[in-house]
Design a protein around this ligand. Sequence first.
Ligand SMILES: Cc1cc2nc3c(=O)[nH]c(=O)nc-3n(C[C@H](O)[C@H](O)[C@H](O)COP(=O)(O)O)c2cc1C
Length: 366
Amino acid sequence: MSFNSFGHLFRVTTWGESHGPSIGCVVDGCPPGIPLTESDIQPYLDRRRPGQSKFTTQRQEPDTIRILSGTFEGRTTGTPISLLIDNVDQRSKDYSNIARAYRPGHADITYDLKYGFRDYRGGGRSSARETAMRVAAGAIARKVLGGSVLIRGALVQIGPHAINRAHWNWHTISTNPFFCPDAQAAAEWEIYLAGIRKAGSSIGAIVEIVADGVPVGLGAPIYAKLDADLAAALMSINAVKGVEIGDGFAAATLHGAENADRMHMQGDRVVFETNHAGGILGGISTGQPVVARFAVKPTSSILTPVSTVASDGTDTEIVTSGRHDPCVGIRAVPVGEAMMACVLADHLLRHRAQNPSAPTEARVPV
Ligand SMILES: Cc1cc2nc3c(=O)[nH]c(=O)nc-3n(C[C@H](O)[C@H](O)[C@H](O)COP(=O)(O)O)c2cc1C
């Protein structure tokens, strides 16, 4: 049994723990001849890197990526691409309390229940340190997808404070520490999250990922639906408790006529007037933007004392000191983008394999 891989033709396997010497991944199935060096991957890792603002963990990891195999003279060879990042700022002593007791809301209890043994240092394999490798794999997936597919993510809500969608500006994302597309909301979040952090508490968030330029036809009925694979990929991100595509749960409140994405012809092309479906119908991409959102729960490692059980079977209380993100939703943004990229790249290769001459735009096959 192995559960550390995802994807079919573009297949990613990650390995490593929070406090091991290094983490890594193998990307298998990447087509040959794609220009690829570390400089194509590093900028994405830099966006996820911890310690960049007071609103993320102060663990200082440069996350310097090394390509160990699968490229020659700056291009992919079609063989497995092995990637490695050394862990340089592990502080195992910060975590001595979680060796003794289980943090409510974390994976400590279930790892012990399942395996009877766990690497408690920084959460071991359950730590979001692993997500750095997803981001690295996602950078390769973007290259497979090519320049016409643009994948961008944004934090659209922290706790009860949602952005004003009328203020949405993609350029604003890089001007604040939250990947927030609404400058006014970002200013408000700064004050709100400073209070959460000062109190040693944490808060949940909602992340939105949008993929523009996705070709028509990715995904397949019935067990390879693009939305099903996307949901699984996003749900696999640490701390994610809900995923929706397009209007998602809000679609339950709509009448059929409101939810209908009306169509008309423009020359020989089909044009959709709205995108309630989030770019996917019947599990297959329509050529509209693919839109997904996911809810991230509050960080479970908090300074507030909470009751729990100890590994010796006694009742106890735990306070998690050490370095943590007060809102893990922030750093989940680049991770969500990467998972979207990996799923789309996998489906692009699968679509090409089955249906190499299919149109890439919404044209009615007359
Ligand atoms: C980018 C990122 C950073 C995270 N950092 C922390 C952290 O510092 N402390 C913590 O308790 N959980 C953190 N988490 C969440 C845990 O990894 C996660 O809650 C835990 O593995 C249990 O899994 P589950 O919440 O998916 O059930 C982080 C999650 C993400 C996406």
